[in-house]
Design a protein around this ligand. Structure first.
Ligand code: ATP
Length: 117
């Protein structure tokens, strides 16, 4: 393993995360909600298992938003014209984020509701 190449790969991957944060409003919304959830988790002293589930859920949503953004970029690179396959690719990628976001809301309610009532 060449550490110089690894460092370069990490820098490219981090630049990808930063580009998505800068360019995608939904990514910034996901991050803002994740910060709120993490602060609430710290305030309520949630259990170790709840932390694991919360962090896995946050990671899933953010990772899927990154993949969705990458798919949007590739579709836009391939065609600027309306194409049913371009629509399907973007809509399915957006659907993946939607599914993860719905699961995140359910996880959030399941974890935090018992601390609130
Ligand atoms: N080339 C295309 N051909 C057909 N439909 C498209 C095409 N590009 C976009 N669409 C449709 O328009 C919708 C919005 O596309 P857009 O590229 O604005 O993505 P978005 O999900 O709104 O992303 P962003 O967060 O960047 O605004 C897509 O989900 C898709 O249904």
């Amino acid at each position: 393993m060449n550490w110089k190449d690894e460092k370069k790969r990490f820098a490219c991957a981090w630049a990808g995360v930063m580009a998505a944060v800068k360019e995608e409003v939904h990514m910034r919304i996901h991050i803002a909600l994740a910060v709120v959830a993490i602060i609430a988790a710290a305030i309520f002293h949630i259990s170790r298992m709840e932390w694991l589930i919360l962090l896995l859920t946050i990671g899933s949503v953010i990772a899927l938003e990154l993949i969705n953004t990458a798919i949007e970029r590739v579709v836009d690179l391939v065609t600027a014209d309306f194409h049913p396959l371009a629509k399907a690719a973007k809509d399915i990628a957006a659907g993946a984020v939607l599914v993860a976001a719905i699961v995140a809301v359910i996880v959030g309610i399941t974890i935090f509701l018992p601390y609130l009532v």
